[in-house]
Design a protein around this ligand. Structure first.
Ligand SMILES: Nc1ncnc2c1ncn2[C@@H]1O[C@H](COP(=O)(O)OP(=O)(O)O)[C@@H](O)[C@H]1O
Ligand SMILES: [Mg+2]
Length: 241
């Protein structure tokens, strides 16, 4: 993967709260992410997806979110993309009846046509498998390939912060490894990657930092290597007695 993407941003989240219809799910979330990979762990229903959606402007929120020291407005998805954020949502959300190339072009909706064409060429260079299948309908691809399209589409906005919500969900082990390797390559370009991942061991092995979210609160935050060794994480997430 070549290094045409903008360099990664520092994300600073302070006192974030969010929920649905007055029902509070996240309380007082404080979190930082730097260039490299930061992973968010936690059981089902902890609020991980809610957190990424609130950061991406898809849900209202309280508290402050800054990217490189600049405030990101709350509840405004377009402003979030303009400020350099991209989210690969849970379940990929592709347009099944559109081709791979068309799905990718949609990811560059804020760019000029010339920029979009350049980024599409870059995406095909970075993901040769998608180049081979540029005209295939996205809905007819395998789960892993669809997830690749979703990641490549997010990269079309040239994010400095790429958020991935369970990118390997439902994929075969080899595909899980491939997706995590893609996240690593993107991070190596200098993009800041914030990732929710159920493959706790694999995710912590490639991450620099991790947060554990339980019932809407951050209950642990540390270097990824330290979390891998911690008794609490080993017991709860790695099945170590
Ligand atoms: N659209 C929604 N409306 C109401 N409650 C929701 C909605 N989406 C999620 N929730 C609730 O918010 C909590 C956190 O969900 P979620 O963020 O999806 O957790 P996770 O991604 O960690 O599994 C859960 O109790 C869930 O039921
Ligand atoms: Mg989720």
């Amino acid at each position: 993967m070549t290094t045409t993407a903008a360099t990664g941003a520092s994300l600073a989240v302070r006192g974030l709260g969010a929920g649905y219809n007055g029902l509070e799910v996240l309380r007082d979330i404080t979190l930082d992410a730097q260039p490299g990979i930061t992973v968010i762990l936690g059981p089902n229903g902890a609020g991980k997806t809610t957190l990424l959606k609130a950061l991406a402007g898809l849900l209202p929120r309280r508290g402050s979110v800054q990217l490189d020291g600049r405030d990101v407005p709350a509840g405004n998805a377009t402003a979030c993309v303009r400020s350099g954020m991209a989210l690969v949502a849970e379940g990929r959300q592709l347009f099944a009846q559109m081709s791979v190339a068309e799905n990718l072009e949609l990811g560059g909706w804020l760019a000029t046509p010339a920029e979009r064409a350049e980024r599409l060429a870059q995406a095909f260079a970075d993901f040769p498998r998608l180049h081979e299948r540029a005209q295939q309908l996205a809905g007819t691809m395998s789960g892993g390939e669809q997830q690749m399209v979703a990641v490549a589409r997010a990269m079309m906005s040239h994010p400095r912060l790429l958020m991935l919500d369970e990118p390997s969900l439902g994929l075969a082990p080899r595909m899980v490894d491939e997706l995590l390797a893609i996240a690593q390559r993107i991070a190596a370009q200098g993009v800041t990657v914030l990732m929710v991942e159920q493959n706790v061991r694999k995710a912590l092995q490639i991450a620099q930092r991790g947060y554990v979210l339980e019932r809407g609160r951050i209950v642990a935050a540390d270097d990824a290597q330290a979390l891998l060794r911690s008794d609490a994480v080993r017991r709860a997430y790695l099945g170590v007695a």
